[in-house]
Write a protein that binds this ligand. Structure first.
Ligand SMILES: NC(=O)c1ccc[n+]([C@@H]2O[C@H](COP(=O)([O-])OP(=O)(O)OC[C@H]3O[C@@H](n4cnc5c(N)ncnc54)[C@H](O)[C@@H]3O)[C@@H](O)[C@H]2O)c1
Length: 679
């Protein structure tokens, strides 16, 4: 396996580089101290939490993964901060980089792609900056990058070592699937700040300087889409692996965009006027910084694809919207809080999200669905794929099938539809499979349905309408079941009993078939509990919900996976460490003993009253013995029964405190072929 060490792999640009590496079949090892990066941004390979300044951490990671090369993005990157705290920049950009270079040399790794910056040029007053432009940094940040570039050159001369220093201009935008994007604290970049101002997170966008020598008086910068930037790293790596010599290259789009043009693009994309406060120029800000990217294009055979500012802003906006509604527990709690006390900005956001184009994810858990899965896929694409203004994402979660379902789904994914396959490492059960699907969904709204088409896709269309009306959860209520009378009675009895016992309002005859707003999905994803029962959690969440009656059809093909035998087998799935079944056993032993002894007591009274002789023994033979024995049995039974009930709860607590994930993902397959194998 070709591992590549990506320092700063949990950061904004680093995470996009990791995704690009995975898309080319390599395995990125994100090496990050998480000082400004995020654990959630590491999705395409292992995360090694360590500091680039620690030789021991580096040795551990390099020994463990033996990478073929390194991409070095870790560092501090706020130019204004470097002026007030230069020590941090010489420490975290220069010393750490030297530590990395030493470690790479110790481990015989001779290829490195380095994140440099256009800050090495300072503020030249020229139209387009090429690599021959004088290197004249105006702040410690730029100087720290230049020192590292010099070190790379010296290492190249002295050792078996080659590098590409990529001098980024302004990285912007976000992953097109909105899986990752820019989240900095503090945020100093123009586009995310303009988006935050548009969505009301900050009161206004601070515009520094309107009297520059530029067409509209505001600073002009060269914005390069972060996906293009990431792809340039792959090109640089390929260049080095093919024997290319050390070089420093500009990475920019080659065209300038003023801050006012950014604001217009943000307003076009969001449809919201951005409040702006004009402030004086910031010291050291050049009027125009635009790259001449020709050398990179010649050497790396790389051309940026997403140069249009509207595309850059759109991807950043999509990410911004989805991020504010997901990921951390803190965000989930905030979402819940928003529901209780909706602020005008959240309502505004909801309104925007629910009209116009919407991303719909459909989660389909599958276990041995070979006979039906193609029919299901065709129906989903046919019914949901053609709805106007809907971008459909189908997420099949293969729950350890052994009939080749995963292979069939893989082919369906490759056939060009927007679908992905998540393979669990074994059969974890229906609820964990649904949880895996929800956790990997990206849509504004997410539907959950079974693979057997008993839940008709047409009902999802009606559910969507209800969601657009403002409901956060729309669940299916089964009008008629196409199952045997015994099963129907059992289900009906079960739902009524559950409703009577539960301490939340449980809808009758509602299964997992439902459609949920992203806020609800994020809340569910971030709940700490492992033992999940979707329909209960959904009801508990308390968002605005409504039931939609539909006729549950017979299976389109194949057999139900919930046979009586399977249910029984599930009960014995694991003993002691993997289940609370022994506790349940105690519970039933007590219950049965108490029940039998009660019957016995009744019989003894009858025997006494009528003086009946049973097996030749009549009540007068041993006075009081039978009664005493039965009372002891009865009380013993009640005690065991009570302990059993307590045990049920203790068992559940035990399951939760172990903190094991409720499922393990073996691989994720998308059309682009990206794959991961992790826990
Ligand atoms: N964002 C831009 O527009 C831009 C422009 C030019 C250059 N760069 C350079 O690109 C690189 C990445 O920038 P970004 O915007 O993704 O920043 P970021 O802050 O999002 O990412 C930096 C990552 O490095 C990690 N990190 C920092 N110090 C570390 C250390 N000592 N050990 C291990 N991990 C450490 C952080 O936790 C973070 O995940 C930086 O080196 C920056 O100087 C960025």
């Amino acid at each position: 396996m070709n591992h590549v060490l990506v320092t700063g792999g949990a950061g904004y640009i680093g995470s996009h580089v990791c995704k690009a590496l995975a898309n080319t079949g390599m395995t990125p090892v994100a090496f990050d101290n998480l000082s400004t990066g995020h654990r959630w941004a590491v999705k395409w390979g292992p995360l090694f939490v360590g500091d680039v300044g620690s030789a021991a951490d580096l040795d551990k990671a390099l020994t463990k993964y033996n990478p073929i090369a390194a991409i070095h993005l870790a560092g501090s990157a706020i130019a204004s901060e470097s002026v007030t705290d230069p020590g941090k920049y010489y420490q975290n950009n220069v010393l750490t980089s030297l530590c990395l270079l030493d470690a790479l040399r110790r481990h015989g790794i001779g290829l490195l792609v380095f994140s440099s910056s256009c800050a090495v040029y300072g503020a030249p007053e020229i139209e387009a900056i090429d690599e021959k432009t004088a290197l004249n940094p105006v702040n410690p940040y730029g100087r720290s990058k230049l020192i590292v570039e010099d070190a790379l050159r010296d290492f190249g001369r002295a050792y078996d070592f080659r590098s590409v220093a990529l001098r980024y201009f302004n990285a912007a935008g976000a992953d097109h699937d909105a899986e990752i994007g820019e989240v900095h604290d503090p945020e100093t970049h123009a586009i995310p700040n303009a988006l935050r101002a548009a969505s009301g997170e900050i009161p206004y966008f601070e515009l520094f300087g309107t009297d520059y020598e530029s067409p509209d008086g505001t600073c002009v910068r060269d914005y390069i889409h972060v996906t293009d930037l990431a792809n340039a790293h792959i090109a640089a790596l390929t260049y080095l692996r093919e024997g290319g010599k050390s070089i420093a290259l500009n990475l920019g789009g080659g065209k300038g965009c003023s801050v006012k043009e950014i604001l217009s693009a943000v307003e076009r994309t969001t449809g919201i006027d951005v409040a702006v406060r004009e402030s004086p120029r910031r010291p050291g800000d050049a009027a125009v910084l635009v790259a001449d990217p020709k050398l990179a294009s010649d050497v790396l055979r790389f051309t940026p694809e997403y140069t249009d500012i509207d595309t850059i802003v759109e991807t950043a906006w999509r990410w911004h919207q989805s991020f504010t509604l997901r990921n951390s527990r803190h965000e989930a709690a905030r979402s819940l809080d928003d529901t209780i006390r909706p602020s005008s900005q959240v309502q505004g956001d909801l309104k925007t999200r629910r009209s116009g184009a919407v991303d719909l994810s459909v989660v389909v858990p599958c276990f041995n669905e070979r006979d039906v899965i193609k029919i299901t896929h065709a129906r989903l694409c046919d019914v949901l794929g053609r709805i106007e203004n809907i971008r459909l994402e189908i997420i099949y979660v293969d729950d350890g099938s052994n009939d080749g379902t995963d292979q069939i789904v893989r082919e369906l994914v490759d056939s060009g539809t927007n679908a992905k396959l998540i393979c669990l490492s074994r059969n974890f059960g229906h609820q964990p499979a649904v949880s895996a699907g929800l956790a990997n969904s990206n849509g504004d709204v997410v539907a959950v349905m079974d693979a057997d088409l008993q839940d008709p896709p047409e009902t999802v269309v009606e559910m969507l309408e209800k969601w657009r009306e403002g409901f956060d959860i729309v669940y299916g209520v089964r009008a008629q079941r196409k199952e045997s009378t015994v099963k129907r009675l059992a289900y009906s009895w079960y739902y009524r009993m559950w409703r009577a016992l539960a301490n939340v309002e449980i809808p009758l005859d509602a299964g997992d078939f439902s459609l949920m707003d992203r806020r609800v999905v994020e809340l569910l994803n971030n709940l700490p509990e492992k033992n999940r029962f979707l329909r209960g959690l959904r009801a508990w969440s308390g968002f605005r919900q409504i039931g939609l009656t539909y006729e549950r059809r017979a299976r389109e093909a194949g057999q139900s996976k919930y046979s009586v035998l399977k249910l029984l087998r599930l009960a014995f799935d694991g003993i002691f460490n993997f289940s609370t079944t022994p506790l349940t056993g105690v519970f039933f032993t007590g219950l049965i003993t108490a029940a039998l002894s009660s019957i016995g007591l009744v019989l003894i009274f009858i025997q006494r009253i009528f003086n009946i002789s049973i097996f030749g023994v009549s009540p007068g033979d041993i006075p009081g013995f039978a009664l005493l024995a039965l009372i002891i049995l009865f009380l013993g039974g009640i005690q065991i029964f009570s302990i059993g009930i307590v045990g049920e709860y203790v068992g559940r607590i035990y399951q939760e405190v172990k903190g094991r994930p409720s499922y393990v993902i073996r691989s994720v397959h998308t059309r682009s072929g990206s794959n991961r194998s992790d826990a």
